[in-house]
Design a protein around this ligand. Structure first.
Ligand SMILES: Nc1ncnc2c1ncn2[C@@H]1O[C@H](COP(=O)(O)OP(=O)(O)OP(=O)(O)O)[C@@H](O)[C@H]1O
Ligand SMILES: [Mg+2]
Length: 451
């Protein structure tokens, strides 16, 4: 870490260059000299890097702006200080605007020079840290995080890469836990909107009135209880991405308002008739069959057409079991690190057992399952004894055969009852496992007298 910082002096005046060199070497820097733009180019090409470049404003074969461009092209983090024999405020401003770090007059004052170089080094290291962090964020949330080796997952990732940079509306369909939100985030983080907000909103969890004021905002006094003015999610997502989750559960009256926003790029806060311009990319997700909902007349056809410009269909995990070992492997690594366990993998036998299960909660259920297995294991490989009992016992076929000869209603009632029990009576969780909206679940609970 204690390597000397490298400084390059570009100056055709030999005396001036060696004076600076002597001073900086004495101050502990590793210094090189180039007497022309051509020599600079050669040095840069030879894959040498420099932390700081001090360039004379005038060299014969190029002007300092060109040299600045040359240096920055090679290494954006390299800091450039311009030294001028004929300094002027105007040229100083030009150089700083073009990306120079500092501007000194010649002959240079050595204290001022040392100060400038040290400042440039601090800046360079801050930039470098920033860049490393950005890289980390990207690999953490980019497409690399979506695991899928099956042909269909590979195709989806390929398509996502192509559409992420565009502003096209995306509809992500798939059962609960198949990775809809993961995909929405990856699209956002790989788009030009990545530095603005990714704003999620679950349309199923809210009543109609609240949903509208969440989406569009409201004015003070717009309705009873509206004590303050409030921005809507569309406004928060301005310049960024709005993720409308469980869109299939959006009430019809809200759907028409959403359609208008999509068509006009304008929102009206509840209680206000002045439109606000918004620039938002929409990603919608649902675990329901929107086409079916359109047929049932609970989802607007025109909105459906607007949303499905680009549709991604995520298959349930049980239909892409080839991805299971890779998912398990990744989750093992993640949770072994999180819980500080020396777990290196999973036995073949255990993996086989996991593949027999139907995974109604899909990847989320698998992820939770791996975490719980890690928690109860101490070291080595996860083996069959760590697999939760309900996974070992549950066999899809037996459920189907034991239920044949029973009416649909009875089956649905039993299914809801059992799922509620599995989910510890948490209705939101149960609705997710069943792949239906919470509102629908409430209605059915009432209908079957399961309260
Ligand atoms: N292909 C995948 N690779 C890695 N992790 C995944 C994948 N798919 C899903 N996951 C993980 O599974 C969990 C559930 O994913 P996510 O929340 O995106 O699902 P969802 O489809 O939005 O579910 P729901 O409909 O219940 O909201 C998350 O922890 C996510 O990171
Ligand atoms: Mg989700």
């Amino acid at each position: 870490m204690n390597q000397k910082a490298k400084v390059l002096i570009i100056d055709e005046d030999k005396k001036s260059a060696t004076d600076i060199e002597e001073f900086l070497s004495g101050a502990g820097f590793d210094v090189a000299i180039a007497a022309s733009a051509a020599a600079t180019r050669e040095l840069m090409e030879s894959s040498d890097f420099f932390d700081v470049v001090i360039a004379d404003e005038h060299v014969k074969d190029a002007d300092a702006i060109e040299i600045l461009g040359l240096v920055k092209q090679k290494d954006t983090l390299c800091q450039v200080i311009i030294a001028s024999g004929k300094p002027s405020i105007e040229s100083a401003v030009n150089f700083i605007k073009a990306g120079a770090e500092d501007y000194l007059s010649k002959p240079v004052n050595t204290e001022r020079l040392r100060d400038a170089v040290e400042k440039a080094l601090v800046k360079r290291s801050a930039f470098r840290q920033n860049l490393a962090m950005e890289k980390r964020v990207e690999t953490q949330f980019g497409f690399e995080r979506i695991i899928g080796r099956t042909v269909q997952m590979q195709k989806i990732i390929q398509i996502l890469k192509q559409i992420a940079g565009t502003d096209v509306t995306v509809l992500v369909q798939g059962e609960s836990g198949t990775g809809k939100e993961l995909i929405a985030k990856a699209i956002h983080l790989n788009s030009t909107r990545r530095n603005k907000q990714f704003v999620p909103l679950n349309c199923a969890a809210l009543s109609e009135g609240i949903l509208e004021s969440e989406l569009f905002g409201h004015e003070k006094g717009a309705f009873t209880g509206a004590a303050y003015q409030r921005k809507g999610r569309f406004e928060f997502a301005d310049g960024g991405t709005l993720f409308l989750d469980e869109i299939g559960d959006m009430p019809m009256s809200t759907q028409i308002k959403l359609l208008r926003v999509i068509e006009t790029s304008e929102v009206f806060r509840v209680g206000n008739n002045v439109p606000l311009k918004v620039d938002v990319r929409l990603i919608a997700a649902t675990n329901r069959d929107l086409e079916q909902l359109v047929r049932e007349k609970v989802f607007r056809n025109d909105l459906f057409f607007r949303l499905k410009v680009f549709t991604i269909n995520l298959s349930p995990l049980r239909e892409r079991l080839a991805d299971l070992p890779f998912l398990v492997d990744s989750f093992v690594k993640e949770f072994a690190a999180k819980h500080n366990r020396k777990i290196t993998g999973i036995t073949q036998q255990a993996l086989k057992q996991l593949s027999k299960y139907s995974w109604p909660g899909n990847v989320r259920e698998l992820r939770n399952c791996v975490e719980s297995m890690i928690v109860i294991s101490t070291a080595g490989k996860i083996d069959i004894s760590s697999i939760p009992e309900y996974i070992v016992q549950k066999k899809q076929e037996s459920v189907v055969t034991s239920l044949s000869g029973v009416s649909m209603n009875t089956m649905e009632r039993e299914l809801i009852k059992n799922t509620l029990a599995t989910a510890g009576n948490n209705r939101a969780e149960a609705a997710k496992i069943l792949g239906i909206g919470e509102r629908t679940l409430y209605r059915k609970i009432k209908e079957y007298g399961l309260e």
